[in-house]
Design a protein around this ligand. Structure first.
Ligand code: HEM
Length: 233
């Protein structure tokens, strides 16, 4: 698809090459860094919210694993099976709300415009906004916006309750939003489900976990954990 795109006839060959190169680099970063960062924060949340870990585990136990542990091999779940894991899905999105893997977003005004708050922006102005901060604004998420609460993303009865993309913008919104959203979420859930089901992950005592100031929201000092097989935990 990307070899055929962009199809804008006004683009020069050089611009097309550059667009293709940038997209390829984007895919590499997306597949590696954004998913890895999201997984680190998800496990930080799981370690610090044992009741969430218990709920994810209960949900996984209610599903049919893709590979059983008859021979002692770890149990895994595929993406089709995990489609009904709505609590795990909500926990991943809640993690991305508080710790968006891409914490900043940048836009350039295509023409003179006025932002909803009344600020005027002239054509060509670059506007940078911080998704990390947006996840912590009471006016957007309510008084408990700093709490990690997967239930926020669930309707009564446990069904997923999607938020508008302009409110939950971890995958960007509008025509340039993330093309790998479903694949990314699916990768995160497959990895998280396999680890949570088979292992107990505990933070190493005294290890300080805080965001690193960078274009991808990594943890500043990594995430030091102890991992134990569940039956031995
Ligand atoms: C947790 C995982 C991911 C997150 C949080 C994420 C987030 C984002 C964000 C915020 C953008 C907009 C960037 C910008 O405006 O400059 C974006 C764009 C994009 N993402 Fe992802 N992404 C993830 C995973 C993936 C994966 C796995 C792929 C592909 C395999 C992917 C492919 C892309 C592509 C191709 C774009 C550019 C779309 C365009 O400009 O038209 N992403 N992503």
């Amino acid at each position: 698809m990307y070899m055929a795109s962009p199809s804008d006839p006004a683009m020069t060959d050089e611009q097309k090459d550059r667009s293709l190169r940038d997209t390829a680099v984007g895919f590499m970063f997306a597949a590696k860094d954004l998913i890895a960062a999201a997984l680190a924060w998800l496990f930080y949340m799981i370690c610090t919210h044992p009741h969430v870990e218990a709920k994810i585990l209960d949900e996984l136990k209610s599903l049919r694993p893709t590979a059983a542990d008859d021979d002692g091999a770890p149990v895994v779940f595929d993406s089709d099976t995990l489609r009904s894991a709505t609590y795990l899905h909500a926990a991943v999105l809640e993690t991305l709300r508080l710790f968006p893997s891409a914490p900043f977003e940048e836009k350039e005004a295509a023409g003179d415009d006025v932002l909803p708050g009344g600020t005027t922006v002239a054509k060509g102005t670059r506007v940078v906004f911080c998704l990390y901060a947006m996840g912590r604004i009471e006016g957007i998420w309510g008084g408990d916006c700093r709490e990690f609460r997967p239930e926020r993303g669930l309707a009564p009865g446990g069904r997923a309750r999607p938020e508008p993309s302009y409110k939950f913008a971890a995958f960007n919104a509008g025509p340039r939003s993330c093309l790998g959203k479903d694949l990314g979420l699916s990768n995160i859930k497959i990895a998280a489900a396999a680890v949570v089901y088979n292992f107990r992950v505990e933070l190493v005592g005294g290890h300080v976990v805080e965001p690193k100031d960078s274009v991808v929201l990594h943890t500043k000092n990594g995430l030091l954990v102890r991992v134990k097989r569940r039956e031995a935990a």
